[in-house]
Design a protein around this ligand. Sequence first.
Ligand code: NDP
Ligand code: GDR
Length: 321
Amino acid sequence: MKTALITGITGQDGSYMAEFLLNKGYQVYGLSRRTSTVTTERISHIIDKIKIVEGDLVDQHSLTHIIKDVKPQEVYNLAAQSFVPSSFSQPVLTGEITALGVIRMLEAVRIGYPKAKFYQASSSEMFGKAQEVPQSEKTPFYPRSPYGVAKLYGHWITVNYRESYNLFAVSGICFNHESPRRGTEFVTRKISQAVARIKLGKQKKLVLGNIDAKRDWGYALDYMEAMWLMLQQKKAQDFVIGTGETHSVKEFAKLAFEVVGINNWEDYIEVNRTHFRPAEVDLLIADNTKAKKILKWQPKTSFRKLIDIMVKSDLEREAKV
Ligand code: NDP
Ligand code: GDR
């Protein structure tokens, strides 16, 4: 039986990755930090099938011990302070977790079990003020937030440990991927939740920031397979993972309202500058040619289908509470 360690198991991707690996017959370990309230909502349905180990990306000691004890064949480093606005209000903490957390994990692997294959969750936010359209593995980086800068450190230190110590360490440069398990502070889920609440008469307005921003949005479930495939290759290398389509926040909102039969969607939206960022990423779109060719991966879920899944899930959830 293969063993995998997932950091960030309580997050959106960690929960889907745990399900994905359990279905493939893995023994799954999940790293989780101590909190005063329960954070296992997304994995409550599989909690008895996985082993939770307590550790924190800011604590080297816990990470090294976990890797030494578990000796996982695969490590998926999905933990991060992942919300871009919080990286502006807590830039140093974001650097500690999202940047230095990666080298702590790599050091734990190098010292504790160098045979482990390591996946780093890199991000399209590293392209930031995009130097090229669409963005591929060869596009120069230009991050626009402390989060993007921290991810860039995580990306390069992964490349560096691969080249310096011959670790099987790869970086997946994932574009935005969403689901009903997305945190409600991210724009897609904020919209799907608000649309459901507005439809049910529980909310009047949806207050957004820059609705002209464009993103390459995919369905999170589709991305788990790409991450796994990267660790099944003979050669460790990095990949861009995205759909190759881009849409504005405005378009997302319009289609989300359409799912519940509201066509005068603009009447419900208010733009407020408090949601604007000090520096914005205007346009992201993936060139996924390499992933298609080498991993034989491609996204399965369309933009419309993704919105439909998210809005319907929130309608069901909001009808219950
Ligand atoms: P989430 O924000 O949903 O999950 C983040 C996870 O990291 C949570 O489990 C959180 O635990 C954990 N975490 C945060 N700080 C620490 C810490 N100090 N020590 C240990 N664990 C910690 O993110 P996603 O699931 O959406 O994303 C997964 C990864 O992929 C992240 O690294 C993100 O930056 C990256 N990424 C995401 C994309 C996306 O579109 N979703 C696209 C590209 C990259 P807790 O529950 O305790 O807060
Ligand atoms: P992003 O996701 O910053 O791309 O990072 P987010 O959903 O937060 O923002 C996307 C775009 O929408 C605009 N926007 C708003 N955003 C939020 N959160 N709330 C609003 O009210 C709002 N109005 C407009 C934003 O300005 C932005 O342009 C996500 C995270 O998952 C990262 O961890 C990951 O690395 C990247 O995706 C790829």
